[in-house]
Design a binder for this molecule. Sequence first.
Ligand SMILES: Nc1nc2c(ncn2[C@@H]2O[C@H](COP(=O)(O)OP(=O)(O)OP(=O)(O)O)[C@@H](O)[C@H]2O)c(=O)[nH]1
Length: 598
Amino acid sequence: MATELSKIRNFSIIAHIDHGKSTLADRLIQRTGGLSEREMSAQVLDNMDIEKERGITIKAQTVRLEWKGHVLNLMDTPGHVDFAYEVSRSLAACEGALLVVDAAQGVEAQTLANVYQSIEHDHEIVPVINKIDLPAAEPEKVRKEIEDVIGLDASGAVLASAKSGIGIEEILDAIVERIPAPRGDATAPLKAMLVDSWYDPYLGVVILVRVIDGTLKKGQQVTFMQAGTQHLVDRVGCFRPKIEQLADLGPGEIGFITAQIKDVAQARVGDTLTDAKRPAAEALPGFKEVQPVVFCGLFPVDANDFEKLRESISKLRLNDASFSFEMETSAALGFGFRCGFLGLLHLEIIQERLTREYDLDLITTAPSVVYEIELTHDGGMIELHNPADMPDPNKIAMISEPWIEATIYVPDEYLGSILKLCQDRRGIQKNLTYVGGRAQVTYELPLNEVVFDFYDRLKSISRGYASFDYHQIGYREGDLVKMSILVNNEPVDALSMIVHRGTAETRGRGMCERLKDLIPRHMFKIPIQAAIGGKVIARETIAALRKDVTAKCYGGDATRKRKLLEKQKEGKKRMREYGSVSIPQEAFIAALRMGDDA
Ligand SMILES: Nc1nc2c(ncn2[C@@H]2O[C@H](COP(=O)(O)OP(=O)(O)OP(=O)(O)O)[C@@H](O)[C@H]2O)c(=O)[nH]1
């Protein structure tokens, strides 16, 4: 039996990374009796290793709680800018949110971005000031900050410590009293929003839904309105957080279904499910196709690992339809894949999982954004995903690059260096305001200048205090050129990149200097050059080694000589041969990181 509408509360938790979202979620589950003390020992909502290590939530999960005769559905949302669309769908499935703010840290940029989204969805927001047990906690200051910065009434903010279990019942009561019940029509044709999907080795693709109207039942034939496909629902249920099967889900309810779907790409976030026999007239608004924005090539260090890489990437893709891949060949790196990601963090997560879970040694080429190129001969437009495919400059009428608007929130003392960083990355300052000793600055920046190491630099300049959030604002024309790197006079395509003409020389010089330190000496002199077209803009030289390694085996002890050569071969495993030059794997990534000067 579906739950009565008036007894349902659907909410999410908005929090900046580390402000205690997962800890609080665990407490709520524990207090409402979902799990025993022992089962609580591991954090429940963040269940992937990498999520745990990095302390961030990547995939949304949801839990059904029972509190004083009400059913509370807690929707967990991903905590990073790369996953903004998934966040927006999770929020659309709720009527309210808990805004968790660390009593010692206060409001941060990411919190702001999510709160505004939540307000746009007309959510009732219940502020929770967490970590009041900390000696550095300043709940009154934070309460005022919530009012001044966000403009929310925080007089009713709940003071809590998720860690010590303070304020948990007050939070549950506040959810029931302040967050409105969902609305919906049980007699209307079925309309349910697909909030999330993931691959489970036992159940196949699991789909998280929020029913808007009508009833979703086991055994029902449903149509996915955006995908245009039909599936038979074979399981309906919810998580408490353990799986519980149900007969149906009524209006306002959140739960999961399975429908013998093999591939998550068929279950796209934001799609509308309806009854195949009695379909709704139109789909729910807000569906968006998520597009990868950052591309790079992934190549196995050992060419024999290519098949293993293909299998591993395919397996990862089973669970994450938001990244794309296609085969790519490179003159120097051999066979690999060109992959697309939602952002740099997404790229790093996938790369880390391939390395760690699938035990692959990989070379990652320079990340690149998607450029739009207008061609001269027929005025046609192409999308450039790989610098190696850049057309001849005289065939190009215009190149455009994606821009973003970034909001950075930073304590006063680091503002100067942050402004310089943005300026160096071709940023255009839009706004600067001060709130309680902290600056909020808005910049327009080319995405290309952000994808490498902007976030790392921002964090290191501000000792971790700055926070950063961005969204794309469209394409703009740019004076962009392809910079090639030549090692021993041969172009290394994995290192070529699209740069702005104005910064090309500095970039080129930095790159050559770093490569000089990263590439080991050889028997001969190695020139390293950065070039645009045929013109060399920077050059360094690696001096030759004086002696042959085997030279000391003078006298010709054949076994010793072979052993030495063998040893050398060992050392080469993690290297790539470029013509006659070996480049260590680490050099590829390290060379891309811009130095402190940039
Ligand atoms: N002292 C204190 N520490 C807390 C409290 N709540 C959470 N923490 C700690 O703060 C850190 C971050 O907590 P999490 O719950 O993992 O943070 P999160 O907001 O879920 O982070 P994401 O999953 O990345 O969004 C952990 O080390 C917690 O133990 C609290 O009330 N008091």
